[in-house]
Design a binder for this molecule. Structure first.
Ligand code: ARG
Length: 262
């Protein structure tokens, strides 16, 4: 009984917010609006298929990045409405003003900085190669001639393309990382290259799995940032202020050790 009366309400809320979102973008209005307590509410896009940074649990979004932006919002006095979308829409919805910001383990790169503005970093990452335990691969170069799974248009895609050649047919580009990992565990690709935290998460998921995780000397330090529309200084300042507070008061560290103990 409970469930029956609850469902239509959810559907109604969903369609209402979709309608509002549609009105907002159609009229050229910014997506943000006033939140409940008179605080400004920012609509934030995420591709929630990148655990433990961003994932869906039922209809609730969770993960390290989600907790970080929530904490920054509380500290900085604004509200966040999370919106789950695809990896490419994390960029284009922001460009088109359908959302106010994007958080999605997005590495701050020079190329992306030409189109978008980034907050101060909230996480340091690097790439990792996942191969079967008995593989002879020890470095990126050794992936030549093997089938390599990456998420399309990620930094993993870039580093693999640099060595194998961007147009190499052996690079299997997936819309999301879980599909690449699935194909790896089903032996349809020989390796997966992606961000260390996520690769480790998936490796740990498969109990007794025969795999190893390798770092290549060419893999640089990457930094995750929250992305806003180019020139949206007002919003960037608010986010950076919130981030600064949670860096200073230890909240960011606390979240980091919660998700990445050791
Ligand atoms: N850090 C990498 C990049 O920025 C991968 C991020 C992928 N994030 C995601 N939610 N799928 O390119």
């Amino acid at each position: 009984m409970m469930k029956k009366s609850w469902l239509p309400a959810t559907v109604l809320t969903l369609s209402l917010s979709m309608l509002l979102a549609a009105c907002g973008s159609g009229g050229g209005q910014p997506a943000n609006s006033s939140g409940g307590a008179g605080k400004e509410k920012f609509v934030v896009a995420t591709e929630a298929a990148y655990p433990p940074f961003e994932k869906m649990e039922g209809d609730k979004m969770s993960g390290y990045s989600i907790d970080v932006i929530q904490a920054a919002a509380e500290a900085g006095g604004f509200e966040v409405e999370n919106r789950n979308t695809t990896w490419d829409l994390v960029f284009t919805d922001l460009e088109n003003g359908k959302v106010d910001a994007s958080i999605s383990s997005i590495t701050i790169t020079d190329e992306r900085k030409q189109k978008f503005d980034f907050s101060e970093p909230y996480f340091e990452a690097t790439q990792l190669i996942m191969v079967p335990e008995d593989s002879t691969v020890t470095k990126l170069e050794d992936l030549k001639g093997l089938k390599v799974g990456v998420q399309i248009a990620t930094t993993g895609d870039t580093v693999v393309g640099r060595v194998l050649g961007a147009t190499n047919q052996d690079i299997k580009r997936y819309d999301d990382l879980p599909s690449a990992v699935d194909d790896f565990f089903n032996k349809r690709v020989d390796a997966v290259v992606a961000d260390n935290g996520v690769i480790k998460y998936f490796a740990d998921q498969i109990k007794g799995g025969k795999y190893k995780l390798l770092k290549d000397d060419s893999f640089e330090k990457e930094h995750y940032g929250i992305m806003v529309k180019k020139g949206n200084k007002e919003m960037l300042d608010k986010i950076n202020n919130g981030l600064k507070i949670i860096k200073e008061n230890g909240k960011l560290k606390e979240l980091q050790s919660k998700y990445f103990p050791e």
